[in-house]
Design a protein around this ligand. Structure first.
Ligand SMILES: Cc1cc2nc3c(=O)[nH]c(=O)nc-3n(C[C@H](O)[C@H](O)[C@H](O)COP(=O)(O)OP(=O)(O)OC[C@H]3O[C@@H](n4cnc5c(N)ncnc54)[C@H](O)[C@@H]3O)c2cc1C
Length: 280
């Protein structure tokens, strides 16, 4: 018989996870469309009543985004400019209703190649905190999302938080998404850029691209190329030879691989140019 659990402590939730076969449910904005039915199948562990999993907090080490923090919570949070890209991504996730219900942790756990939360969190050096009855472990986001709809979660574990280190709180940032229309659209390509500038030169760069590979990618080669360049000509240095090797776009109904690659390069150029304007 299917059951619905809605505990109000993390300890109770972990007990349920260990003893029952359940699906973890947060905002359900991915779970419900996937069922195409009026009810979710199987037993459900609803984690939205656990106060300790809510909200966005600044800690001594950085920032902690609770597992049930919604996109609306992120958009409203008082965060430094390095997080502008995450808030900009949030404003483009679905509609206001979806942003109110949907969680950023759910976006990561769903592990869609087009998940808009992944590139900004990669560019913020985010880690994912996983908790089970046996303890807590933290994985860099790049090791948490491991394939299309695949994560490193093991049975008995849930995501309890997303953490961002103090070192990633520096610089200006931008998120740009290309879809077939402006809102309520799945990304054809999206980019997140965080940069800092010193003496008119790029001092640090974190750049990630989504929807152009099974899992969104940081562009290490491009980041290395940009560091030390004068801000004036930086967009010209963003070329296919240092972008394309990190990407493996697919052809689908939204765009072919070549279009996605060109779009990613153009979006990075625009996002970098705007981030440079913000810090100059
Ligand atoms: C109309 C519409 C428009 C959308 N537009 C966008 C968009 O523009 N961009 C975008 O990226 N997404 C979009 N989405 C997808 C969705 O809204 C987001 O991915 C959202 O962030 C998912 O969060 P959720 O809390 O609703 O997840 P849920 O549906 O509750 O869960 C999603 C998955 O994560 C698991 N899960 C959730 N929380 C945890 C946890 N703490 N620990 C372990 N597993 C967990 C669930 O078991 C499930 O497998 C859209 C969806 C709809 C319906």
């Amino acid at each position: 018989m299917n059951a619905y659990f809605r505990p109000d402590t993390l300890a109770e939730a972990l007990d349920v996870l260990e003893t029952e076969s359940v699906t973890v449910a947060a905002g359900c904005t991915d779970l419900f469309p996937a069922t195409e039915r009026p009810t979710l199948p199987g037993s459900i562990l609803d984690i939205t009543a656990i106060p300790g999993l809510r909200g966005v907090q600044q800690t001594a080490d950085g920032w902690r985004i609770g597992a049930t923090a919604s996109w609306a919570d992120i958009i409203r949070a008082d965060l430094p400019p390095a997080f502008d890209m995450l808030q900009q991504a949030g404003r483009e996730v679905g509609s206001v209703q979806i942003q109110t219900a949907g969680t950023i942790a759910g976006n990561l756990c769903n592990a869609s190649p087009a998940a808009d939360g992944v590139p900004p969190l990669l560019a913020l050096d985010a880690s994912v905190e996983l908790t089970s009855k046996t303890g807590t472990r933290c994985l860099p986001l790049s090791s948490f999302v491991i394939g299309v709809r695949q994560t490193a979660l093991v049975p008995g574990e849930l995501v309890s938080a997303i953490t961002i280190p103090n070192s990633a709180g520096e610089g200006a940032s931008r998120f740009l998404k290309l879809g077939a229309r402006r809102y309520l659209v799945i990304s054809i390509a999206m980019v997140a850029v965080r940069l800092s500038v010193r003496s008119d030169k790029i001092a640090s760069a974190a750049i990630a691209v989504g929807a152009c590979s099974p899992v969104a990618q940081r562009l290490d080669m491009l980041e290395a190329r940009l560091i030390g360049l004068p801000v004036g000509g930086v967009a010209k240095a963003i070329t296919g030879d240092v972008v394309s090797p990190s990407l493996s776009p697919i052809d689908d109904v939204r765009g072919d691989a070549g279009y996605r690659e060109d779009a990613a390069i153009e979006l990075i150029q625009r996002a970098v140019t705007r981030a440079v304007e913000d810090v100059s």
